[in-house]
Structures are given as structure tokens and as C-alpha cells.
Design a protein around this ligand. Structure first.
Ligand SMILES: [Zn+2]
Length: 323
């Protein structure tokens, strides 16, 4: 296990941000940690009597596209990547499904990519990671969905036939997401290459399935699992807050969809966010809550280990990974 102290991170960042002419520190993750993390398929956390698992569905690095951040130049994005110990020409894409053991019940939060070709080689490893973690897919009783993007729902359906992968499981979806993706004309919108055909696929699968439950607002979906609204990346996206005793863990879906280190730059407007400005507002609200309530927080697309804690540092935040 690697341990990087907050002091080391601040000191490491202090030297580099000055050297790169940036106006604020950037949290630093060591190269050793990054390398070690590429081989581990799961991590396990505990919040009171709840067990939480990070399960790798896919890991791949893609060429860093121009315009990945709309309000910041590519050079600054590359600087952040280098400071984080990453190659500056590559965007490290990570797809991590969370599983929660609530007493005797196994719950998944989202379902991963299903290995769909749009997400490229090296994805669709959820069952492999579950096996590595000692989790049986047949034991899953409930799947809580954060939003209806393919990398979160295609694991629910067969890529050729659309048949349900979890036919006996209750799938719980924000009503605002379902309404948006099924409204007239949505399938004609250009929402980027990974969302091509998505609306139509939702309309012929999830929208017709009998085992889907919709909800509005911020209900408690299961004992100890409450919804926190997080619109922006997708119009009706939600996050899931787990509580046990005085401990809390927020599964934050795609509040941050650029690994690494966007927490040091919360104002970055990501092209991948459908409403980038709203996504920035949501991100800052969630980060402030994470600081105030001392949450442990995880993200679908963060580098492994993809959970940790936040502290505030001026207009920026410092993230310290756990595990
Ligand atoms: Zn996603």
C-alpha cells in the first residue's frame, strides 16, 4: 500500500505549480501509485457496517483531444497531467463500478460499459473484477443508476440482443433522466460520438422494462442510501450518499469526468459535460459538502484508488486518495 501524506502532496505541488507558472497548487499523485493502480481490479472500503467496493470495468488511455476542457488551453491541461505524473499526450479513461454490501444485500451503483465497442478495448471487465473481489453477480438485488450514459447502463443489456443481463434485479433510475432521454426528438440531437444511438437504445430497453423503478427528488432509496441531486454532466444525474453511524461515503458518479486532478481546477468546463456551467456549479457544491461533512467520496472516472477525502485550499481543493 502506498501512502502519500498531505504535506508531501502540498510540497510537491508547491514546487511544480510555481515552475509551470500556475496560480494555484495542483495535488500530486506519485508515479509509483499510478503504476501500481493499473493492475488492481478492485478496492474495498468500509463505512460503519457498510462494505463498499470499487470494481474496475475498464482502463484505457486515449489520445488527449483538443478542446477536452472548453475554457482552458490544451497546454494547461497537459501541465496538469504532467504534474500528476501522467503522460501529457494521453487522457487516462477509467470506468469504475461501485458495489455496496448493505447487511446481506448486494447493490451495484451503475453497471459499467458492458464492453460496448464505443468505449474501446479493455472495457467490460465488471464480472472479472467482481470475481476478484469475491462478489457473485447473482447476489445483486438492486442496481442504482446515476444517469443514463452508456458507460453506466450498457452493462445492463446484451450488446447484440439488448436482453437483460440482470433480469431479476430492480433497476432504480432518476425520473428526470428517463424523461429527458425519452422525450420526443432527443434521438436526433448530436451529443457526441459515445452518445450516438443512446437515446434510441434507452427507449427500446430501460423505458420498456418492468423491473425499472423511477424516483424524483432526494429520497432514501435503500436503508442508509440517500440520493443527492447533481445535474450538469447529464440533465438528471444523481449521486448516492451512504451513511452508517457517523460515517458517510458519497458515490459521485460523473461530477468529475476528467482524471486526474480536476478537483484542483473545479472551474474547468469539460466538453464531455452536457451543461458545462451547471456541471461546474454542481461540482463546487458537492466538493464543499465533501469538505464540510468530511465525506469519503468516489468517482466513476477517477484514477484508482478512486475514493478519498477533500480539503479546501483557497479556490481549489486537495484530494487525498484512500487505500
Ligand atoms: Zn461516465
Amino acid at each position: 500500500m502506498f501512502e502519500i501524506s498531505r504535506r508531501d502532496m502540498i510540497l510537491g505541488a508547491a514546487g511544480s505549480y510555481a515552475a509551470f507558472g500556475l496560480d494555484k497548487p495542483i495535488a500530486f499523485v506519485g508515479t509509483a501509485l499510478a503504476q501500481q493502480s493499473t493492475t488492481q481490479l478492485f478496492r474495498k472500503y468500509k463505512v460503519g457496517d457498510i462494505e463498499i467496493f470499487s470494481l474496475v470495468d475498464g482502463m484505457r488511455d486515449v489520445p488527449l483531444p483538443e478542446g477536452v476542457v472548453r475554457n482552458v488551453g490544451l497546454e494547461q491541461v497537459k501541465t496538469v497531467l504532467r504534474t500528476a505524473g501522467r503522460p501529457d499526450s494521453q487522457w487516462p479513461r477509467r470506468y469504475i463500478v461501485m458495489a455496496v454490501k448493505l447487511r446481506d444485500q448486494l447493490v451495484l451503483i451503475d453497471s459499467g460499459t458492458g464492453g460496448h465497442t464505443v468505449y474501446g478495448a479493455g472495457t467490460g471487465r465488471l464480472f472479472e473484477s467482481m470475481a476478484a473481489a469475491g462478489l457473485d453477480p447473482k447476489a445483486v438485488k438492486t442496481i442504482l443508476i446515476s444517469h443514463l450514459h452508456g458507460d453506466h447502463i450498457y452493462g445492463l443489456m446484451n450488446n447484440e440482443t439488448n436482453a437483460q443481463v440482470f433480469p431479476d434485479v430492480e433497476v432504480v433510475i432518476p425520473a428526470a433522466e428517463m424523461n429527458w432521454w425519452t422525450r420526443p426528438g432527443v434521438e436526433t440531437l448530436d451529443l457526441g460520438p459515445t452518445r450516438k444511438g443512446l437515446a434510441r437504445r434507452i427507449q427500446t430497453t430501460l423505458a420498456t422494462w418492468k423491473n425499472v423503478r423511477l424516483f424524483e427528488g432526494e429520497p432514501e432509496l435503500l436503508p442508509g442510501v440517500r440520493v443527492v441531486q447533481a445535474p450538469g454532466h447529464s440533465p438528471g444525474m444523481v449521486t448516492h450518499l451512504l451513511s452508517s453511524g457517523d460515517k458517510q461515503f458519497l458515490i459521485s458518479a460523473d461530477v468529475v469526468n476528467f482524471a486526474p486532478q480536476i478537483h484542483a481546477n473545479p472551474e474547468w468546463q469539460l466538453a464531455i459535460d452536457q451543461d458545462p456551467q451547471m456541471a461546474v456549479e454542481t461540482r463546487k457544491k458537492i466538493f464543499d459538502r465533501a469538505v464540510a461533512d468530511k465525506l469519503t467520496i468516489s468517482g466513476t472516472h477517477w484514477l484508482m484508488p478512486n475514493a478519498g477525502t477533500f480539503t479546501r485550499d483557497g479556490n481549489s481543493y486537495v484530494f487525498v486518495a484512500e487505500g
